[in-house]
Design a protein around this ligand. Structure first.
Ligand code: AMP
Ligand code: MN
Ligand code: MN
Ligand code: MN
Length: 297
């Protein structure tokens, strides 16, 4: 069975505490720029020994990435970054070690990707209303996987067509929460997402906890407690998409609450500002890395 295959890969590269890992990256199966195999090649070139592919709301790239990883001798964990709603915020939960063939996984993500497309059409209507036409079709044309339309594709289309002068401006002016072309999605709830990950044999990890802009500090603590109570296992202590200050605070949270620790670059493409695969900070020695337990489930 597939899990046996992945578990063996993990067990083989188990030893050595200074192993370089990267457990959060995107391919062009969601909003990254490289194909799964080109991404794995880059990961290998960067000296990463254990990686996870974690595309947004799809595991469709995992098989190709796993094959390339095996041929290059890179340890590979099948993953996904699931969009969920909690406390009125969009929270990203990384699932690691899930079997993509497990019952319900495919249908779950197919539904979510339909929501992405419906949202995309509505975003297009918002742009129409402010005199920017063809945004939905344009964004879709830039998505290598037409079934996984992202706000990122809108941002790139806006930039390519001169509606903004840089990528970030697309979010700041139009696409981020509270801006005129942001359309909310009712993402699956936190409990449902953790259940899906566990049912597929995986572990649940809060992605980049340092990036959620809760108005009060205690709200982030409430997220950690709720996640813990629902059986969530780990948090990203180190992420290329949060600050080094946040990494340090989150190491404290993991120590205090007993979460396992993960680390990922959250790399999407060379155009972005995220650290290259494997160059994000690695897990502090005194914390227990999440991958230690993946082969035991
Ligand atoms: P989506 O999942 O389609 O709503 O798109 C979310 C993706 O857009 C994230 O994974 C990031 O890659 C990117 N993104 C979200 N918010 C921002 C922001 N404020 N600035 C830049 N990129 C963002
Ligand atoms: Mn993204
Ligand atoms: Mn994310
Ligand atoms: Mn990500």
């Amino acid at each position: 069975m597939m899990r046996g295959f992945y578990n063996k890969k993990i067990a083989d590269c188990f030893f050595g505490s200074d192993m370089r890992i990267d457990l959060h990256m995107h391919s062009n199966v969601s909003d990254g720029s490289l194909s799964p195999s080109a991404l794995v090649q880059l990961v290998h070139d960067n000296g990463v020994e254990l990686m996870a592919l974690t595309d947004h709301d799809t595991m469709d790239g995992v098989h190709l990435a796993a094959r390339t990883a095996e041929s290059l001798g890179v340890g590979f964990i099948p993953g996904v970054e699931v969009s969920t709603g909690w406390g009125g915020r969009v929270i990203h939960i990384v699932g690691l070690g899930m079997d993509p063939e497990s019952a319900g996984v495919d249908a779950f993500f197919r539904d979510v990707c339909v929501k992405r497309d419906v949202r995309g059409r509505r975003i297009g209507e918002r742009f129409d209303a402010i005199g920017i036409h063809g945004a939905y079709e344009g964004a879709l044309s830039l998505a290598d996987n037409k079934d996984n339309l992202s706000r990122t594709h809108f941002a790139h289309w806006l930039l390519q067509n001169g509606h903004v002068s840089n990528y970030q401006e697309a979010f700041d002016r139009y696409l981020k929460t509270g801006r005129p072309c942001c359309v909310d999605v009712e993402w699956p709830g936190l409990r449902e997402v953790i259940g899906l990950i566990h049912d597929a044999g995986g572990m649940a990890v809060i992605a980049h906890p340092g990036r959620y802009s809760f108005s009060e500090d205690w709200m982030l603590d409430e997220l950690f407690k709720a996640f813990w109570d629902m059986g969530g296992e780990a948090i990203e202590v180190c992420s290329g998409s949060q600050s080094r200050d946040a990494d340090e605070k989150l190491a404290g949270v993991a120590r205090q609450m007993g979460f396992l620790a993960s680390s990922g670059s959250d790399w999407h493409s060379v155009r972005g500002t995220r650290p290259a695969p494997g160059t994000q900070p690695q897990i502090p020695d005194d914390l227990t890395p999440v991958w230690r337990f993946l082969s035991w489930r």
